[in-house]
Design a protein around this ligand. Structure first.
Ligand code: MGD
Ligand code: MGD
Ligand code: SF4
Ligand code: MO
Length: 677
């Protein structure tokens, strides 16, 4: 028997884990894709969804788009004919040239996000869009921008979080508004399970990470800022405030303390629904420290998500839990790798002032013929993932909106394109992956040829640049040169070949300690709890002890976080995953359901001012009263309703960063028997 060949690579999904992958090949054919046993974080396993999808849809020629396609049906119908790359690129180039000459680059809109997070396939195409001066739909506005803005303004950066390896020095890990059991499954399974400190989880949903915690606080959604104030009230009362640290390293604390007086644990209980005794316990354990604070992305997808983050961010700053081992906060650890994003994306190629819009304004922007003459969707399944699903679909039907979509699969979004270009998957080209949890750099190694005629994103844009007649060398830099430069910048001392052999390396042998030099890149050089900068930007000077009002008139707060079986909308078409996810469902608290004369298994409809969604009801004790839980990411076109949860998402902006407040959406519920179609 031929020896098996094993190739180490890395999962580049938008996931904290960035797992090491082993591709097992026999006689040149991929036999299976599995976890790399040598990888320190995932230790030989992949999550369930990737195990299925990487051995399913991702390598299935019947599921993949294999050729460039030209639309022959109506927009949205999904009827196409195959064309060759030359015709496809010729068509796109001539249309873009017309638009550039007629109305300028800013009327070409491009939207991209987390289809893949590998460095080149995520970043290199931006060189092309900068060159044409396209309008970018700011990717983070659909995900995590409010949190970024709040932390940047408070600490000077949101990207340099605690190093998970420093958990060995922490007496407490507080996981606030993140669900590692779904969104970081190996961090849940190994990192948290093995951490010596006490685990405190704060989440309206009692998910598996919450169930395994030492202390679990279940707030009503949108009440977290109030909870932070109640925790700080106890911390102060117990003498656990680090006055020396505050004086040396922060500004504005004195503007917050008067408000703390009334924020007793009993007040906290009334506002958040969490028993006062639990607030006390959590505050004392966190305050004693050393403590790590994991700020989840779900936490800030609120209409006041920026204020929530500012309030939570006071905890490390006032207890001295910064700049030492076992302490700090983590949001998205994108820093510490020395990668120059300007090198990757070449913003200097932009001929004018870069233009961007929020995802919350995307549908409206596309309705305007003047501002949007052409649309590029790449790494982004907008019909499934964006707010205002009905309105967006309507805008995408515009015959005069020349639309190009680049994807591996025929999604709801590619169905609206004039030209579809087939993207190669991560097993089919070399790249680099930086985890946004661990301080690592990993090789994504080509393990098989691209399927059909598909090409990596970066090669598609090199070829398109050539067809457009562009000459800037940045647009044509090849993958090997890019990889060499990126690895040189990182300073890890390995070339791509050497990195491929080991798969993943840490940027340092010891845990990184952010802010160890007490240097904060804010106007004052200190942590800005309250400051002029906030005021000048139109925000309250200091964080506020706010809590959202409870929905009225029997409405429910809709939460639509990560599903353990889907990766945003990725995998929604994989047959085995569809078996797991079954019928589209909504989970309600048992008492909530009974009080509305609804029972487990009932056919129900969620509806509000922007849409309606038929679902099957599940009742559970893990969801609090007043909340409806519908995981994100199903493919609309594969459900009878041809919609997913974003049909209910009104696209309201959060208070900071024009960002998503999807977890603030409210809905009504009724039995499907009562509805008239
Ligand atoms: N209701 C609700 N909606 C949400 C959220 C929520 O919490 N609730 N969360 C939001 C968040 S946090 C995010 S980040 C967004 C994510 O939303 P999206 O960016 O749409 O994420 P995905 O669906 O994972 O990926 C988009 C597409 O990229 C494709 N793709 C994968 N690899 C490649 C590649 O190499 N090249 C190309 N061209 N395409 C590729 C995939 O097949 C997929 O169709 O969704 C948001 N939507
Ligand atoms: N399996 C899987 N993994 C994923 C993804 C996926 O779709 N599927 N998506 C990836 C992406 S793009 C992202 S951004 C990350 C997101 O991963 P996380 O940071 O874990 O964020 P979410 O899954 O959106 O939400 C996390 C938790 O926030 C809670 N939450 C909602 N509202 C509130 C609130 O008001 N207060 C508090 N305290 N908690 C609240 C939700 O109940 C949920 O349990 O996951 C990534 N990983
Ligand atoms: S999606 Fe996340 S958990 Fe699953 S294999 Fe990829 S990195 Fe690992
Ligand atoms: Mo995200």
């Amino acid at each position: 028997m031929d020896a098996l060949e094993k190739i180490k690579t890395t999962c580049p999904r938008d996931c904290y884990d960035a797992c090491g992958v082993l591709v097992v090949k026999e006689r040149g054919h991929v036999l299976k894709v599995m976890g790399d046993p040598d990888h320190p974080h995932n230790r030989g396993t992949l999550c369930g969804k990737c195990t299925l999808a990487y051995n399913g849809a991702w390598r299935d020629p019947d599921a993949r788009i294999l050729d460039p396609l030209k639309r022959i049906g109506l927009k949205g119908e999904g009827r196409f004919e195959r064309i060759c790359w030359d015709e496809a690129l010729e068509t796109v180039a001539s249309k873009l040239t017309d638009v550039l000459e007629g109305s300028g680059g800013s009327s070409i809109v491009h939207t991209h996000y987390t289809g893949t997070f590998s460095l080149m396939a995520y970043g290199f195409p931006l060189r092309f869009f900068n060159r044409i001066g396209a309008t970018e739909v700011d990717p983070d506005t659909v995900c995590n921008k409010a949190g970024h803005v709040a932390l940047e303004m408070t600490y000077g950066t949101s990207l340099d979080g605690f190093d998970p390896r420093s958990a060995s020095d922490a007496a407490c890990i507080m996981v606030w508004g993140a669900n590692p059991s779904a969104s970081a499954p190996h961090a849940h399974r190994y990192w948290l399970a093995e951490a010596p400190g006490k685990i405190i989880v704060i989440d309206p949903i009692r998910h598996a990470t919450a169930a395994a915690a030492d202390i679990y606080l279940q707030p009503y959604p949108g009440t977290d800022a109030a909870l932070a104030f109640a925790l700080l009230h106890v911390i102060k009362r117990e003498g656990l405030i680090d006055k020396e640290f505050i004086t040396a390293n922060t500004v504005g604390w004195d503007e917050v303390t008067p408000a703390l007086v009334d924020c007793t644990p009993e007040w906290g209980e009334k506002v958040t629904g969490i028993p006062a005794s639990l607030i006390e316990q959590a505050a004392i354990i966190y305050g004693r420290g050393p403590s790590l604070l994991w700020l989840g992305q779900g936490l800030q997808r609120q209409s006041t998500g920026g204020n929530v983050f500012r309030a939570c961010a006071m905890l490390p700053a006032t207890t001295g839990n910064i700049g030492k081992p076992g302490a700090g906060f983590l949001y998205l650890n994108c820093g510490g790798r020395n990668i120059d994003s300007d090198y990757v994306m070449s913003p200097h190629l932009n001929p004018g002032v870069p233009k961007s819009i929020s995802h919350m304004d995307f549908a409206a922007h596309l309705e305007n013929v003047e501002s949007s003459r052409a649309l590029f969707c790449w790494n982004n399944n907008i019909v499934a993932s964006c707010p205002q699903q009905n309105r967006l679909r309507q805008a995408l039907k515009r015959e005069d909106l020349f639309t190009v979509a680049i994807d591996l699969f025929a999604t709801d979004t590619t169905d609206y394109a004039d030209i579809v270009l087939p993207a190669a998957g991560f097993l089919e080209f070399d790249d680099l992956v930086c985890s946004y949890f661990n301080y690592t750099i990993s090789a994504q190694v080509k393990a098989m040829e691209p399927m059909g005629e598909s090409l990596p994103n970066q090669e598609i844009f090199r070829r398109l640049a050539e067809k457009m007649g562009f000459t800037e060398p940045e647009l044509f830099e090849n993958d090997n040169d890019l990889l060499d430069s990126l690895l040189r910048q990182s300073g890890i001392g390995l070339d791509f070949n050497a990195l491929s052999k080991v798969g993943t390396v840490y940027v340092s042998s010891f845990p990184v300690v952010p802010f160890a030099d007490a240097n904060f890149a804010t106007p004052s050089g200190k942590i800005e709890i309250a400051s002029d900068a906030f005021e000048a930007a139109g925000f309250p000077r200091a964080p506020q002890p706010w809590a959202d009002e409870r929905p009225r008139g029997g409405r429910l707060r809709l939460l639509s976080p990560a599903s353990p079986w889907l990766m945003n909308s990725s995998y929604g078409n994989d047959a085995k995953i569809r078996n797991r996810t079954g019928q589209a469902d909504v989970t309600l608290n048992i008492d909530e359901a009974h009080s509305r004369s609804l029972s487990d298994g009932d056919a129900v409809v969620l509806f509000n001012e922007v849409g309606r969604l038929p679902l099957r009801l599940i009742v559970s004790e893990h969801v609090p009263r007043g909340v409806a839980l519908v995981p994100k990411g199903r493919w609309p076109k594969l459900d009878p309703s041809r919609a997913n949860v974003n049909v209910l998402n009104n696209g309201r902006k959060s208070d900071m960063g024009e960002s998503s407040s999807v977890h603030s959406v409210e809905v009504e519920i009724m039995s499907a028997d009562k509805t008239v179609d």
